[in-house]
Design a protein around this ligand. Sequence first.
Ligand SMILES: [Zn+2]
Ligand SMILES: [Zn+2]
Ligand SMILES: [Zn+2]
Ligand SMILES: [Zn+2]
Ligand SMILES: [Zn+2]
Ligand SMILES: [Zn+2]
Length: 376
Amino acid sequence: MTMSTNKDCELEPENHDQSVDPIISLNDVLNNEEAIQEQILEAEALLGGQDDSVCTYPEGYKPRQPLYACRTCTKDGMSAGICYGCSLNCHDGHDLIELYTKRNFCCDCGNSKFNSKCGLYEEKLPVNARNSYGHNFSGLYCVCDKPYPPTDESEDLGTMVQCNSCEDWFHLQHVIDGYNEADAANGAYEGDEMFCSNCVAKLPFLIVYTSFIQTKNSSDNSSPLVIDLNACKFEAIKQSNSTLNMDAKTLIIKDCNWRAELCKCQKCINMYEDANCAFLTEHEDTLQFYIAQNEHAASSKPAEKPIERELYDYVAEKQSHDVALMVLSGFEQMKSQLNAFMLEKAKENKVIKKEDVENFFEGLRAAKRRRMDGDD
Ligand SMILES: [Zn+2]
Ligand SMILES: [Zn+2]
Ligand SMILES: [Zn+2]
Ligand SMILES: [Zn+2]
Ligand SMILES: [Zn+2]
Ligand SMILES: [Zn+2]
């Protein structure tokens, strides 16, 4: 389940003896670069289709968009969510809670729930009546109602996964009966979509379809279910499996294309609407569709020249090929030192501030001055 990874990708702080100069191996630097690359890809999947300079308020209740909650400027006791553009422009440097994507939400930035105005789109109604706010907006998750990351660092509750219906995040061990690490390691709990047991209790037809898909995928030659196209497919499936245990439990479905199996007769459509889950009949609603769209948007942006290439071209034009190569090797060296420096900060679990970067470059300049003085 890929949507779990955004809450799982932070660098682990490592314990090391503060009194000894920490040694940065090449491996560390490379691993750090890999982790950064992974984060870039994840950000692309989540944000590639978003415009970072606009507030999405005029687009209304968007089918799906990444959201954030701001602890710095939301009025006390209020729940509010802001769009990606506002998180960057109106709440830069604030204490933000990353909420991943949610459906049918309209940006609250600067409305009656805030102490400050929106810098991107001010003309908002005081409240967005159709927005719903769960405990995620207060930084709490799962049936255990815990913050992420956990305040007690010794408590490793594992990966969290988002429910496709209620959109809350859950520790699998808290919502799966008989959860065990060995099964988890074997991928038993991996899939495109997860529905928490609370949602399954409200949408019991999910149990019928999940069992139908499992049978369909596992039995290759048992008599296939003959369905009259004019009748309700759901009724036919249900009758073919009358002994099915309908106790609500958390369901994980391997492939989001299962949604194509959902019956779309009028009776079933009414059932989905009554249960507020009509979105399940739309492929465009899946996270996989959303991610594919973002990746497409990100890849169709004009490709930037890598900075090394820019630098080489610039110097080669002004000077010569040899000078350009020399500058480039100095640049590579600086880059790897900068990487090591970032990794160091990550290990200390520190946020990198502007002063840190300035100090880093000041250090480089001092080293260069020393080298040049030595040359004299
Ligand atoms: Zn906004
Ligand atoms: Zn803020
Ligand atoms: Zn704003
Ligand atoms: Zn939990
Ligand atoms: Zn749920
Ligand atoms: Zn039907």
